[in-house]
Design a protein around this ligand. Sequence first.
Ligand SMILES: [Ca+2]
Ligand SMILES: [Ca+2]
Ligand SMILES: [Ca+2]
Ligand SMILES: [Ca+2]
Ligand SMILES: [Zn+2]
Length: 401
Amino acid sequence: MKVVSFLLICLFIMNAGFTTINASTSNKSHMPLNSAPYEYFTYQEMTDLFLDLEENHSNIMSLASIGRTYEGRDIWMVKLSDNVGENEDEPGVLLMGAHHGNEKPSFEVLIFFIQYMLEKHGMENTDDDNDGFVNEDPIDGFDNDGDGLIDEDPSEDRVREVINNTQIFLIPMVNPDGVEYGWRKNRAPNYGPDGKSDEITSYGVDLNRNYGYRWYFTYLFPEQYHLDDLLNDRSWTYRGEKPFCENETRAVKNFVESHSISISLSYHDYGEWMVFPWMHTSRHVPHESLFRSIGEDISKINKYELRIYGQYGTREYLIPRFCGTPGSSENWLYGRNRIIAYTVELCERRPEVNPDKVFDACWKHVGVNLYICERSLTVEEEKVTLGRTIPWNFRQGLKIW
Ligand SMILES: [Ca+2]
Ligand SMILES: [Ca+2]
Ligand SMILES: [Ca+2]
Ligand SMILES: [Ca+2]
Ligand SMILES: [Zn+2]
């Protein structure tokens, strides 16, 4: 049902976008009174869709389970690329959603993106807005042709080029148990904070605190990291007994370590802002200029604020500026694997139920995802040339590689 309606949705967004674009930044109104709340995919609907899409697009899409959750759900990974069955010498992009199960737009944008890519890959270049020009206004947040409409005629060739030249890996629901249960953490039982209790004391680990990078650093500054919460199995940010003790984070770890990834986005909601490492200290990352350059480019497309942890006057502070998120995926992706990794917080509120707002986030992030795929073609080289603007030594911080 959702597949069939995809084109209609596209048309709807575009039409909605055209009339409201100028007002949208200042428009504080919520959902129109008569509009039904947005219906997000369920895990089962997403699974059925992916099985269906794989069958119909097996040349450029493959579906694999990278692991199972505590409740036995497969953690699906979708790959989009030409020669999809082979591991080609093309840059890899990793897009993840729903580390937190109650952040539904984070998987919705990825499901939307997958459908968009498969649909457009097989299409001739099309004059989407019927103005006699073809592909004159790509999804980049700007009115490229000055006709008052934004992003109304994106390029089908662009989709083909991205699919032909990169390998896109998507894990839309890292935490399907949490999605189904409708909460932040996963659903594995806890036996006390250190696993030593005889009885179940609570359920769930915050998966975006369970990645194993600078895990023990938090003990140096317990108050700044809200260590009590990280260690309390009943809290929303409980990080688990040890790094990668959860099926979901281990599945991502094994996947990343067996694939070549250059850039990664992890979608969350909410707030309409983005961050990049470090997440455990306000000190600058070695590749800060590269992180800023890509982050600022993304910001032009989605108009989200790029927040910079280390930017705190002219001094560098060891402790985080605003609490930080030790154990987050970005910290480990960059710290251990040198992947240029961001968190993107979608939407203005949670839950976002206004269909216009959800569609708007989906549409913008088609542009963002296409952009980072394109940027992945040069990023390994940029890591060397633009790379380490900050000298890396013990005075600057702890040695990481
Ligand atoms: Ca077009
Ligand atoms: Ca056109
Ligand atoms: Ca335009
Ligand atoms: Ca545009
Ligand atoms: Zn989140």
